[in-house]
Design a protein around this ligand. Structure first.
Ligand code: G3H
Ligand code: 13P
Ligand code: ZN
Length: 346
């Protein structure tokens, strides 16, 4: 099966009340880990690459690795998504490269740090929706800014300032009507990276009620939760047991994500948990045998550790068991649907 538009996966998830994990990749082993997990659980797949990932791996390598994944797994629908596109230009080059979905993150200016104005966000998102839908490509947008200062994407907001940048449900309604985006990333108190919360999050810091309210206003819009790693203590402990120095930290509990899925969250972004799993596995090999120097000796356990995390998330989010049930719609099919609906499909 060829790569499919992400919208097809999200529509199926919405019709059947489940969520789809979107896992970040930078190299072959991460792509293999996701595909193995998907094969073992019969799960549809969203693989996503940040701008940093595209620069690290080079677009061409990434594209061919994704095509290999599709060729080797003809029964699994796979969407290839640009994570946090910082400008229409980035989204357009991803589409040229064969991505079947792009995120235009107009919540921040092109620097990926400074919160932008609502008007700027609408303008760049509309531009990307127009060009992407003309090719059947899915568009994710973002309204509101994630908190935290980790890992490059985000405004580094905390306290009152962060609260002021949570997604406003009334504005979300207006934004979706104005832009025609397929999916909307919402800010509810999460942040990227390992250091999200200093204790298990309560409703004070993780505002799940925003999701319920947006779902009430926009029952047909697919919501996206960024910064959704759970930062499991077991993974942090392995890193620290073998010489790492990760401070005590808490992520987004899987039960909260499941609550989000009950209220319209269809895409769940996870990167950090996989990074932790990979790092722990590699540290263990090095700590237990300082003589190892064949990369396969540590990349194999790293890949296996990531596969276990991805598998667990695929089961918890409910996408497991659905790969062979997703309708086989192509970019051309979506292109026609967008055209017939005047670009917006709801
Ligand atoms: O949104 C953040 C993702 O974890 C990607 O991070 O820009 O370091 O590749 P990155
Ligand atoms: P985490 O850092 O929580 O894994 O979030 C990843 C993400 O949101 C990618 O866009
Ligand atoms: Zn993100």
């Amino acid at each position: 099966m060829a790569l499919v538009p992400m919208r097809v996966l999200l529509d199926h998830a919405a019709e059947n009340d489940y969520g789809v994990g979107a896992f970040n990749v930078n190299n072959m082993e991460q792509i293999q880990a996701i595909m193995e997990a998907a094969r073992e659980t019969n799960s549809p797949v969203i693989v996503q690459a940040s701008r940093g990932a595209r620069a690290y791996s080079d677009d061409n390598y990434l594209r061919h690795l994704m095509l290999a994944a599709a060729e080797l797994n003809p029964k699994i629908p796979i969407a290839m998504h640009q994570d946090h596109g910082n400008s229409p230009k980035t989204c357009f080059s991803a589409i040229e490269m064969g991505f079947t979905s792009v995120m235009m993150d107009g919540s921040l200016q092109e620097d990926g740090k400074t919160p932008s104005s609502y008007e700027y966000n609408v303008e760049v998102t509309q531009k990307v929706v127009e060009a992407a839908h003309a090719k059947g490509v899915t568009v994710e947008a973002e309204l509101g800014c994630l908190g935290g200062i980790e890992d490059g994407h985000g405004a580094g907001l905390s306290g009152e300032e962060a609260l002021a940048h949570l997604t406003d449900p009334a504005q979300a309604e207006e934004f979706v009507a104005q832009t025609g985006c397929d999916a909307l990333a919402v800010a509810i108190g999460t942040s990227h990276g390992a250091y999200k919360f200093t204790k298990k999050p309560t409703g004070e810091v993780l505002k799940m009620e925003i999701i319920a309210e947006i779902h009430r206003r926009l029952p047909n819009t697919h919501m996206v939760m960024h910064g959704s790693s759970s930062v499991p203590k077991e993974l942090v402990d392995i890193i620290n047991q073998y010489g790492g120095e990760i401070r005590e930290t808490y992520g987004v509990p899987v039960e909260e994500i499941q609550e989000g899925i009950r209220h319209g969250v269809r895409k769940i972004n996870v990167d950090t948990d996989n990074r932790l799993a990979i790092t722990g596995a590699i540290r263990k090999v090095f700590a237990e045998d300082g003589g190892k120097f064949d990369p396969r000796d540590y990349l194999k356990p790293a890949r296996a550790a990531m596969k276990e995390v991805v598998k667990a998330r695929m089961i918890a989010f409910g996408q497991a068991g659905n790969a062979d049930k997703v309708p086989a719609l192509t970019l051309d099919d979506m292109k026609r649907r967008y055209h017939d609906m005047g670009s917006k499909v709801s």
